[in-house]
Ligand binder design. Structure first.
Ligand code: SF4
Length: 483
């Protein structure tokens, strides 16, 4: 458990925006906000609702002293306080033991928050984390419905109760989808996910699951079909890579069910992850078959949106959409121990610290002389990103730009997604690359604190890199040297 999760139940102030209402009444960094308007907020959702009011009473604990402060502001305006976590009571942890769980496949020694198995509907709402609902309760349902915590993200995996409970290794997995039914009955929007494990829930089981979705949960917004991730630390013999034929079968199944859903519900509903098309050696579906890219954040349609952004045919960047908080803070999973901001972000202090201009990245200029803008360019990406980006780069007919795939030796297995690239992997690759070239690194590799998953910062890399937003517009701009 992280320090964030063990500390007191009160929100801890990590920063106060200059000129904000909170600063005006004397709130300081390090204060603990014990009560807001007489109530103890359990999480950032309750915090936001309470602090949205025009007059906000704060009971503050500072160095053992109890203080009271009254903030008068416009209703809906931000207090200007950044607090230390999204959940002030304990994050509800997961009591499943899925064999495919990637957390069990992490090496020892990573930061502790990465080992947190959460199954908390609040993090599902806030960050788009998937919940299995095995710990969901009647009280949770009441809160979700009352506060309209929508959309939520639910792991389905299988609609057959026996298969689902076996996959979750939890008897409650058999019946917990009754909560999904209840959520849909109350018009809560839900996005579903099926993690496919070959030999476990593919083939006839996947067909049965999608039939179950159509029959029992037709109101679901969408269902993402994604392959399991396997690292070299996997200790479960039953968990393995898909064969080519198995990946192709999943793509075919999803295609067939898209037609059925389209004919029955008037929408495709189910989508296969981009990884499946790469594994199956099939072309990605045309952009219009993604129906607005609602599942972009789950790796559905990323290749097509990147292509459209790069080619200038997308109206706007399709960025991370996941969860209510995704626009202002923290990656989706696991919960980030860094500071959390309010639902609105009018204060300058709320600017996402990872958003780095692709051209004027001050972090790299601070450490070393930067290569000339006209220097040859290496575009760093994961092994799954390389086949997507390479044809785009080739379409430019520039011999000064090359794609540099970074294989993931840290995690091994089938971890080819760019977001899991570690600093160690990038260092290994860059050491063999010439000095004086520009190296573009997608920001998805870095945490809010500017660290790779293994804790390395870009300052520790053997070549200076330019951090570029992970979208086609930013990559194109970085290649063309335009801000
Ligand atoms: S529900 Fe998620 S966090 Fe829990 S064991 Fe399964 S994969 Fe891991």
């Amino acid at each position: 458990m992280s320090q964030t999760l063990n500390r007191s139940l009160a929100p801890l102030v990590v920063s106060v925006a200059p000129g904000s209402p909170a600063e005006a009444v004397g709130v300081l960094q390090g204060d603990e906000i014990v009560r807001v308007n007489g109530e103890v907020p359990r999480d950032i959702i309750e915090w936001q609702m309470a602090t949205d009011e025009a007059d906000v009473e704060l009971d503050v604990l500072r160095g053992g002293l109890d203080l009271s402060m009254t903030v008068e502001k416009t209703e809906g305006a931000s207090l200007g306080i950044e607090v230390s976590s999204a959940v002030f009571d304990r994050v509800r942890t997961c009591d499943n033991h899925c064999e495919f769980c990637f957390i069990y496949q992490l090496p020892k020694g990573m930061r502790r928050s990465l080992y947190l198995k959460d199954d908390d509907y609040r993090l599902s709402f806030l960050y788009g984390n998937f919940t299995t609902l095995t710990r969901f309760t009647e009280a949770d349902l009441e809160r979700v419905v009352t506060e309209r915590l929508s959309p939520l993200h639910v792991s389905i995996h299988a609609t057959n109760p026996d298969v689902r409970s076996q996959m979750l290794k939890n008897p409650r997995g058999a019946m917990s989808l009754r909560w999904l039914r209840a959520l849909l009955d109350h018009d809560i929007a839900v996005k579903g996910q099926v993690v496919v494990c070959p030999g476990v829930n593919d083939g006839a089981i996947l067909d049965d699951t999608l039939a179950g979705v159509l029959d029992q949960f037709p109101e679901l917004e969408s269902v993402a079909v994604v392959p399991l991730g396997i690292s070299k630390f996997n200790g479960e013999d039953a968990m393995r890579f898909h064969t080519l034929a198995e990946a192709q079968a999943v793509v075919d199944t999803v295609n067939d069910w898209q037609d059925i859903f389209q004919a029955t519900l008037g929408r495709r509903m189910v989508y296969a992850a981009d990884e499946y098309y790469l594994m199956a050696q099939r072309p990605f579906p045309e952009a219009e078959r993604y129906d607005g890219f609602a599942m972009h954040e789950d790796g559905i349609g990323m290749a097509r949106t990147f292509e459209a952004e790069f080619n200038g045919t997308a109206a706007e960047v399709t960025g991370v959409q996941r969860g209510f908080f995704a626009a202002v803070d923290a990656p989706a999973s696991p919960p980030n121990p860094a500071a959390y901001t309010g639902l609105r972000s009018p204060c300058s202090a709320d600017v996402d610290p990872v958003s780095v201009d692709p051209v004027s990245d001050t972090r790299s200029t601070a450490i070393t002389l930067r290569p000339r803008r006209t220097a040859p360019v290496g575009v760093l990406t994961g092994t799954l990103g390389a086949p997507v980006i390479t044809p785009l780069i080739e379409s430019l007919s520039r011999d000064d730009v090359r794609v540099i795939p970074v294989s993931n030796d840290f995690f091994g297995g089938n971890t080819g997604v760019t977001g899991l690239i570690t600093g160690d992997d990038v260092s290994r690759v860059l050491r063999d690359q010439p000095e004086g070239h520009r190296y573009l690194l997608p920001d998805v590799c870095l945490s809010d604190e500017g660290r790779f998953l293994d804790g390395i910062t870009i300052d520790e890399l053997p070549r200076p890199v330019e951090v570029v937003a992970t979208d086609g517009v930013a990559l194109r701009a970085a290649l063309e040297g335009t801000p």
